[in-house]
Design a protein around this ligand. Structure first.
Ligand SMILES: Nc1ncnc2c1ncn2[C@@H]1O[C@H](COP(=O)(O)OP(=O)(O)OP(=O)(O)O)[C@@H](O)[C@H]1O
Length: 622
């Protein structure tokens, strides 16, 4: 018998039963409700399969309906039949309600999914930017274990404004001839929190001159450094065991003193090639994960057809606008920061190959780590920041990709027109994105790469023991990392970093040993962080449900506070959010963070997940 016919049969039974009720029926119906209700009201578990949650939802309705019926004065025999029949009938009613709700959510989803998010348009010309010589390279903005990142621009696309060009160019060149460019780079790469703070302030207040602030600080520090061997900046250059090469004017790159972001809109990431050999194919094959966030025309010619998963644009995920293989140049700071990975052409003792992969992306003012060094975001702003990470992670999960190296220096920050930080996940070098695997990685031996940063590796990954049929499921691992980063964003120490006894290890921590978040942080946010850090992925929130909970918390406080939350008032709230967001999306080209978030929420609306998030917010224990 089909489910439909079964339910129809139940409905018919319930009708018959209504004509056969007795006083005893009331007691039996009540007992039925009492039996069903506690089971239906068990605390919800985030990881339960949808079918179970759906059945539970039906039971909740059944218990209520039974109770209601039982409270009426019914007469006649057949109470048990009534309970059974009514139950089936009410399940049918619930099924219908759920079906309508799912359809309504899908309609809202389609409205927003239809509106495609645009790709970065940082290099409008289709022909430029595929060779290193197309770029003017600025100063070093960052360095990781695998790459150095520089400010850059393409002259034909963006020429620096006269006001941005340093007038004391001779001085810069003289300094370079003396081998001090490394000192500039070292100083400017952000060791000084005061300088970082100035940069952020300048960024947030366009009326202040970012360049002037930097220029003064830079040249003051250089004057102070000159001839001063006790100064760590000059000392580190002169103590270096490598001879510092003189800056050659006729090399195919151009060193400019630092200037504002407007004149160097791009970031050029030069990966270090130690293992891949110098053929383009070998380089691309070994670094293919870095290419996951490339936009469609980022690679050209022979590389255009490189296979592999690609991500659709998302406001919280980096976009690589160009990727190409070229000769490794000698860039500022190379001798000081990464001499060992240079090719022998540049350093006879270097281990690097002569060619490598370059990635070009938008240049961001700072990383999340740098931002948090100078600023503790207020609670609302912190929640918006955590939510952006969850939205980014959910987008990756939907593409079957796990980042596997989420940490505060792999998250870039810029500010929207209202000064709200926009968080962008970057550095996909450790991601899991194999077409054939999805989010499940066979873990047959310790040789299998489980991802980056071990401290922020979810427990099911860090504690996994390899074996012939073992697979690791990454579907909720990035969400766990976001749970740990939430501590940093909320102004606390990440409990999974540190040394000595005062830190937790992901592979063996106990949930009750997690440092409690202070009461000044809203209960909803505390609950989300707690559920993100569940050891058991089945109980842990998915990024989607966690994001939905924060959306409800941020944009629906009245809804959450209402005495009775019905499907109708949830949908009237959703309709309101839909209209408002559509209006905002149609009104501006460059969306503020809040509107982007609402758009992500509505474009991914799923009744089951929203219902689960809502239930958890209403009944979950912090
Ligand atoms: N688009 C960008 N805009 C501004 N700064 C950037 C950008 N991309 C990278 N950076 C800076 O460069 C640093 C190193 O970049 P990235 O993390 O991509 O390198 P990596 O060697 O792959 O790092 P890891 O050690 O995590 O593997 C970042 O922490 C950040 O400070």
């Amino acid at each position: 018998m089909s489910v439909r016919r079964f339910l129809a049969h139940g409905l018919e039974l319930s009708r018959k039963a209504l004509r056969l009720v007795s006083p005893a029926a009331r007691a039996r119906t009540q007992a039925g409700a009492a039996f069903v209700r506690p089971w239906a009201q068990q605390p919800l578990q985030a990881g339960l399969p949808a079918r179970y949650r759906y059945f539970r939802l039906s039971l909740g309705g059944l218990a209520t309906q039974l109770q209601r019926r039982a409270s009426r004065q019914l007469h006649g025999p057949g109470g048990a039949l009534l309970a059974f029949g009514l139950g089936l009938g009410f399940i049918e009613q619930q099924v219908e309600e759920v079906r309508t709700s799912i359809a309504a959510c899908e309609e809202i989803q389609t409205l927003f999914k239809r509106k495609k998010i645009k790709y970065e348009n940082a290099i409008p010309s289709c022909t430029s930017g595929y060779r290193f010589e197309d770029y003017m390279v600025g100063y070093n903005i960052g360095k990781g274990c695998n790459a150095a990142v520089y400010k850059a621009f393409i002259p034909e696309v963006s020429t620096p404004k006269a006001s941005d060009t340093i007038t004391t160019e001779e001085k810069t060149e003289e300094v370079n001839r003396q081998g001090k460019s490394a000192a500039i780079v070292q100083y400017d790469s952000g060791e000084d929190p005061e300088l970082r703070k100035n940069m952020l302030i300048a960024q947030e207040n366009p009326s202040l001159s970012f360049v002037i602030l930097k220029k003064e600080t830079l040249f003051d520090s250089l004057s102070a450094c000159e001839g001063d061997t006790s100064n760590p900046l000059t000392a580190s250059v002169e103590d270096s065991s490598y001879p510092l090469p003189a800056f050659e004017k006729d090399t195919n790159y151009h060193l400019r003193a630092p200037a504002g972001d407007t004149s160097y809109p791009l970031a050029l990431k030069m990966l270090w090639n130690i293992n891949a050999g110098s053929s383009s194919d070998a380089i691309l094959a070994s670094m293919v994960k870095e290419l996951v966030p490339t936009i469609p025309n980022a690679l050209t010619g022979e590389f255009g057809g490189i296979k592999g998963k690609k991500i659709k644009p998302h406001p919280n995920i980096i976009q690589i606008v160009r990727a190409f293989v070229d000769n490794v140049p000698l860039l500022p700071g190379a001798w000081l920061e990464y001499p060992d990975v240079l090719p022998t052409r540049l350093n006879p003792h270097g281990l690097g190959h002569s060619r490598t992969l370059f990635l070009v992306m938008k240049s961001y003012p700072c990383t999340l780590q740098q931002y948090l060094q100078v600023c503790i975001p207020n609670k609302q702003c912190a929640t918006v920041m955590i939510l952006q990470l969850l939205e980014g992670v959910d987008h990756l999960v939907q593409h079957g990709i796990a980042h596997r190296d989420l940490k505060s220096d792999n998250i870039l920050v810029e500010f929207d027109s209202g000064g709200c930080p926009r968080l962008v996940i970057t550095d996909f070098g450790c991601c899991l994105a194999e077409e054939s695997l999805g989010l499940k990685l066979p873990f047959t031996s310790n040789e299998v790469n489980r991802g980056g940063n071990i401290c922020l590796m979810a427990p099911e990954i860090s504690a996994a023991i390899p074996g012939p049929r073992v697979t690791i499921d990454y579907s909720k691992s990035d969400a766990w990392s976001v749970g740990t980063l939430a501590y940093e964003i909320l102004g606390l120490r990440n409990p999974f970093y540190g040394c000595g006894v005062d830190y937790l290890e992901s592979r063996n921590y106990q949930e009750d040993k997690l440092p409690p978040l202070p009461g000044s942080i809203h209960r909803d946010v505390r609950l989300v962080v707690k559920l993100l850090l569940c050891r058991d992925p089945k109980r842990r929130l998915s990024a989607r449900v966690a994001a939905d909970m924060l959306h409800l918390h941020l944009w629906g406080p009245e809804l959450l506070a209402s005495s009775q939350i019905t499907v109708e008032n949830v949908f009237s709230w959703l309709r309101y959010q839909t209209l408002l967001t559509l209006l905002q999306v149609s009104m501006s080209q460059k969306l503020p963070v809040e509107t982007e978030l609402k758009r992500s929420f509505l474009a991914n609306l799923n009744f089951e997940e929203l219902k689960l998030g809502l239930d958890l917010l209403l009944h979950g224990k912090t």
